[in-house]
Design a protein around this ligand. Structure first.
Ligand SMILES: [Zn+2]
Length: 436
């Protein structure tokens, strides 16, 4: 509220404003600050509690500028009919700004113009600050419908913002360590994802996961660039071994440790269920198996002596009781724990000795997985020799799961892809967004 501006007010406006200053000025100044409205040409005239939402009545006015058409002097004309601008929530309430903008008329050529403000970009309906907020929320993991709901804009506004993020593929560079994975972005639709193992940045998200799709994508990189890649980490049972070998001649394929452990714990879980189902559904044993499944899954070294589940027994004691119900379960549990131990301690030789020795006598569930382990022996040994942690990839997996859970809006692959790119590639560059 500059002094300069006041000198251009009409008599009535001055009188009105005088009254205003005395009674409400401080309050409205406060609201202006609270709302983060930076444009000094916007004056808040009133603040209305409309029950379900709040309304801010404001006007946009400043001295008449020069005419864009003939460069003659314009003069103030009238105030335009109010435009409704959905604003950020204020103290938990949706807030609407009813803004009346000054119109100007050229004294020479008669052209009309409307006052402009940084609050809402020209020809935009959405305030810049709301746009910024949408961008910020897209980076966080909120769902698109939740963002639309929370900022009182339409879902299509959120999608439009999503599309403003652009990601260029840098064809002159590939990381030394890549990880490949696949995700279903909606039922029955798989997509292929390649990541920089170290930074976790996404290198490619492809619509589909056929050999041809992957080959066509990576053939955009020169052979020289592709030769940089020395390790590709992927899940076992992967159909990608051959194509990876062809595209990346220097590459060593490594099975990702997270998935190896996951395959073991899934086998243990299936066996647990098999054993559980041998008991009557109403029996004490069945209920105990059902209730304490986690104790069997867990790395035995992490079991503690705290009396957490029940006041009378520790986790170790409960586990011992469960194992006493079934000899088969006990044997496989011990085997599973032993394999976990050697795997985590990176003792590849011990790990495979046990597998080879017990292959003929284990339950079919374990038999199948042991055969796969043996088939991919070299790739598993690679995994044990590389100094990578699983935590990173696990984080990505979880993130993609969260995005998928939130993905009400993703009928469209491009949007799914953008969302993941934003979440994984932009996070670290958050500050750059301010310019948007
Ligand atoms: Zn003019």
């Amino acid at each position: 509220m500059s002094v300069y501006k006041k000198s251009h007010m009409t008599y009535n406006e001055k009188r009105h404003n005088h009254h205003f200053r005395k009674t409400h000025m401080e309050q409205f100044d406060f609201i202006t600050n609270l709302l983060g409205i930076k444009d000094p040409n916007i004056t808040i005239l009133d603040f209305v509690d409309a029950g379900t939402h709040k309304e801010v009545i404001a006007k946009l006015d400043y001295p008449a500028p020069k005419c864009h058409n003939c460069h003659g002097q314009m003069a103030k004309y009238d105030l335009q009919k109010e435009s409704k601008i959905p604003y950020l929530e204020c103290a938990g309430y949706k807030t609407l700004i009813r803004l009346r903008k000054r119109r100007f008329r050229c004294q020479d050529c008669g052209k009309m113009a409307v006052a402009e403000t940084s609050l809402v970009k020209k020809k935009h309906q959405i305030p810049a600050i709301v746009n910024h907020k949408i961008a910020q929320k897209l980076i966080e993991k909120a769902s698109m419908t939740a963002i639309a709901e929370c900022l009182a804009v339409s879902t299509s506004t959120v999608i439009r913002k999503l599309k403003e993020f652009q990601f260029k593929t840098d064809l002159t560079w590939l990381p030394t360590n890549m990880s490949w994975d696949e995700y279903s972005f909606k039922k029955g639709k798989m997509s292929f994802i390649a990541q920089d193992f170290d930074s976790q940045n996404i290198l490619a998200i492809l619509d589909g996961r056929t050999q041809a799709t992957i080959r066509n994508h990576f053939l955009h990189y020169s052979r020289q660039v592709r030769n940089r890649v020395s390790v590709i980490t992927m899940d076992m049972f992967s159909p990608y071994y051959d194509i990876a070998k062809k595209l990346f001649p220097n590459d060593k394929i490594v099975l990702d440790r997270f998935h190896i452990v996951q395959h073991m714990s899934r086998a243990m879980n299936r066996l647990h269920i098999q054993v559980m189902n041998q008991f009557d559904r109403k029996s004490y044993e069945y209920k105990a198996f059902k209730r304490y499944w986690k104790l069997i899954q867990q790395d035995s070294r992490k079991l503690n002596d705290k009396r957490f589940y029940r006041p009378t027994l520790t986790n170790k004691e409960i586990l011992e009781k469960l194992l006493s119900y079934s000899q088969e379960l006990r044997e496989h549990y011990e085997l599973y724990q032993l394999l976990l131990f050697h795997f985590q301690e990176k003792q590849a030789e011990n790990f495979f000795d046990i597998i080879e020795e017990l292959l003929p006598s284990v339950n079919p569930i374990f038999h199948t997985i042991f055969k796969t382990f043996l088939k991919d022996k070299n790739k598993i040994i690679n995994a044990l020799e590389l100094p990578y942690s699983n935590a990173k990839l696990e984080a990505t997996n979880n993130l993609i799961k969260v995005i998928k859970c939130n993905a009400f809006g993703f009928r469209n692959f491009e949007n799914f892809k953008l969302r993941i790119l934003i979440a994984l590639n932009i996070k670290k560059e958050r500050t750059k967004l301010g310019a948007h």
